[in-house]
Design a protein around this ligand. Structure first.
Ligand SMILES: [Cu+2]
Length: 680
């Protein structure tokens, strides 16, 4: 839950920087550890049968931190880099596993451009968002190099490395939209006007603020239906990654930008004082505070990414596969792509999010569909770390023409959901209610960095109806809750006529509104009693492995040995070697002085990383278990401990001498946050 801000520490640190202990805690970078969440080889091998991934070779003298991709007619690409260059790329569509495109410099010296757009006719050239301005570039003499650099609109910056400028995206009215990242930390995160806003700029440079409350809005998109969305990263005030629908006057949740809401031209009525450290689900706050806009779709943290980035709508008309009209959402930290199917219910956008493709070489920040439905992914890991072997790059994803058995979409119903499939389902497994497990949860809206999933509640299956053609299943459920994410797991489903399971068996539907319409089960009058929402995850009580009391045979609470174990920024315990005598009575005080959540889990010798992986596999259920998996390899553990709090446990050291691993099992931490308890 505490993946650092997507665009953190870039300007401060060299390439390849990982979780260096010397980094101040304010710019802590947990992604550097979360990148070790290596995808399953079995899954990526299956995914590759349907969507083939091809890295494009880049000459060694080019650092292609691809930050913007414009497909140009004639199978060419224009690619911006974070180092301020723009390259022509020819040959990116060539057949074969080894593709070596030709790179020709178009422009250089720009200030971290993060997007590029061909000028709409009759204007000429290309629009590029630099940190400090929207710029029009043109090659007027036809030599392949830009020779006009025209400032369209200035965008004030204070100099914080975190003031990214995402876009431009062409609006249906011919204007451009940009989303302006907030600065990092400090007394204000919006030191310059319109930081934390989505703004619209006319071709002659007039700026119109559209919406506030953005934090790190790396993805910005207008759909073919004219609806605007931005993608957001987990962080302070942002419980998990998400996609939010934007209308003029909206407030997306991060209060920094409200500093400018009184400025002439502001469309936003909320003021900084209107936003408190609520600590409630965001959809509940939205009922009380008009203007607060809950997301259309939550992207559960560590499951569908840790730093959601560029988005595109599939407008390939089927050339990229069976998901025409849906969105693809890149993730930087986990180097993967999620898929989102939106619908509008009672005027509110909502929908399903599901895994699509992982196993890329580096973190993806930009996606673009080229000719023939080919998808290009622009990649960079500098400053944050990402899954994969490369620090930057450009990859291609091509549909092989084969269709996997997938949940194509989910639609809300007054009493449940309709799941549609890419190919017909096997009736026997589809009609069995035990094939489905559904539960709801949400995230807290508060000042702290990220949120665990809270208010988890199971949704018992009441009825299943399989369509005659086998292409959809209607599920009636109990305990649906508006505002909540509904997680549907269906690993037992099979495709018709075979044993093929779903390629991705878990989908997440953010149910902002229940639709009107026909029910397939009557309302259960007892449902209100049945579905009492649980209290926010309770503190972890005393158990055999979480011993909060000294055993009765101890003479006093001190035992034989006291250990005070702390934490340090950069995913570290403050000690990596603890020594105790075999069978000693140990009182261990775990004091978390870092600004993120951590725990202490003592494991069997050599089993620390396996326990860390098992914790990761808990998915959204992990938070309720304090990320401690049920495993014989776990000997003793503390609770997941909030910043500036502690948890004390009392245990008897193993009688067998050896080096016992201890790790923090918060997803992604174990690889770095580890030590040895030496039993002598
Ligand atoms: Cu940790």
């Amino acid at each position: 839950m505490h993946r650092a801000i997507l665009f953190s520490i870039i300007a401060l640190v060299p390439a390849g920087f990982a979780a260096d202990a010397s980094a101040p805690s304010r710019v802590n970078n947990p992604s550097a550890a979360e990148r070790f969440a290596k995808p399953s080889d079995a899954l990526t091998a299956r995914e590759d049968l349907y969507w083939k991934r091809t890295p494009l070779e880049v000459p060694e003298n080019i650092v292609l931190e691809a930050s913007g991709i414009a497909p140009i007619a004639g199978k060419r690409l224009l690619v911006t880099t974070r180092r301020g260059e723009i390259w022509w790329v020819d040959g990116a569509y060539a057949a074969g596993d080894t593709v070596k495109p030709k790179f020709t410099l178009f422009a250089s010296g720009l200030h971290e451009p993060l997007g590029i757009l061909p000028a709409p006719s009759p204007r000429k050239g290309y629009y590029v968002a630099q940190r400090q301005e929207l710029t029009r570039l043109e090659d007027t003499d036809g030599d392949g190099r830009a020779d006009v650099f025209e400032t369209v609109a200035k965008l004030p910056i204070s100099g914080s490395y975190h003031e990214y400028n995402f876009g431009p995206v062409l609006a249906p009215n011919g204007n451009f939209r940009l989303s302006l990242n907030v600065a990092f930390g400090g007394a204000t995160q919006a030191p310059a006007p319109w930081r934390g806003w989505m703004v619209e700029i006319t071709p002659d440079g007039q700026l119109m603020p559209i919406a506030a409350g953005l934090r790190s809005p790396c993805g910005i998109l207008v759909t073919s239906q004219g609806a605007w969305f931005y993608s957001e990263n987990q962080g302070e005030w942002v419980g998990s990654g998400r996609i939010t629908h934007v209308e003029p006057g909206d407030f997306g949740g991060h209060p920094a930008g409200l500093a400018w809401s009184r400025t002439p031209g502001s469309t936003v009525k909320l003021r900084p004082d209107d936003i408190a450290d609520f600590g409630e689900p965001m959809h509940e706050v939205a009922k009380k505070v008009p203007g607060v806009k809950p997301p259309a779709v939550w992207l559960p943290h560590t499951v569908l990414g840790i730093s959601n980035a560029g988005m595109i709508e599939d407008l390939t008309g089927g050339k990229f596969g069976p998901f025409a009209g849906q969105l693809f959402v890149a993730d930087q930290g986990q180097s993967k792509i999620a898929r989102v199917a939106l619908e509008q219910v009672r005027g509110v956008w909502q929908g399903m999010a599901i895994a699509f493709r992982e196993g890329f070489e580096c973190g993806i920040i930009r996606l673009a569909h080229g000719e023939d439905g080919v998808l290009f992914a622009g990649e960079t890991a500098r400053g944050w770390g990402a899954v994969g072997s490369k620090q930057q790059g450009l990859e291609r994803l091509t549909w092989t023409g084969k269709t996997p058995f997938e949940i194509k979409a989910m639609r809300a119903q007054p009493d449940g959901f309709t799941l549609t499939f890419t190919t017909p389902v096997d009736r026997a497994t589809a009609e069995n209610p035990a094939s489905y497990s559904v539960g709801g949860f949400t995230y807290l809206y508060h000042k702290a960095y990220g949120s665990a999933p809270v208010n988890r509640l199971a949704c018992p299956v009441r009825k299943v109806v399989v369509a005659p053609d086998g292409l959809s299943v209607r599920l009636a459920l109990a305990c649906l809750r508006e505002g909540y994410v509904h997680e549907v797991k269906a690993p037992g489903l099979r495709a018709a006529g075979g044993a093929e399971p779903l390629l991705h068996p878990v989908a997440f539907y953010t149910l902002n509104r229940l639709p009107a319409g026909d029910r397939i089960v009557p309302l259960d009058p007892k449902e209100a009693e049945l579905c009492v929402s649980p209290i926010v995850e309770a503190a972890l009580g005393h158990t055999a492995k979480h011993p909060l009391r000294a055993p009765g045979d101890w003479i006093n609470d001190e035992g034989d040995k006291q250990i005070l174990l702390g934490t340090q920024p950069g995913l570290k315990f403050d000690q990596t070697l603890l020594t105790v005598k075999a069978g000693a009575r140990v009182r261990l005080i775990f004091k978390n002085t870092d600004d993120m959540l951590h725990n202490f889990v003592l494991c069997a010798p050599g089993r620390g990383q396996a326990v860390g992986e098992a914790a990761m596999a808990l998915g959204t259920e992990g938070a309720a278990k304090h990320y401690v998996p049920d495993s014989p390899d776990v000997l003793f553990h503390t609770a997941l401990t909030l910043p500036e709090t502690s948890d004390t446990i009392f245990f008897t050291a193993p009688s067998k001498p050896g080096d016992y691993d201890y790790v923090c099992t918060f997803p992604g931490h174990a690889q770095l946050m580890k030590g040895i308890l030496r039993v002598e």
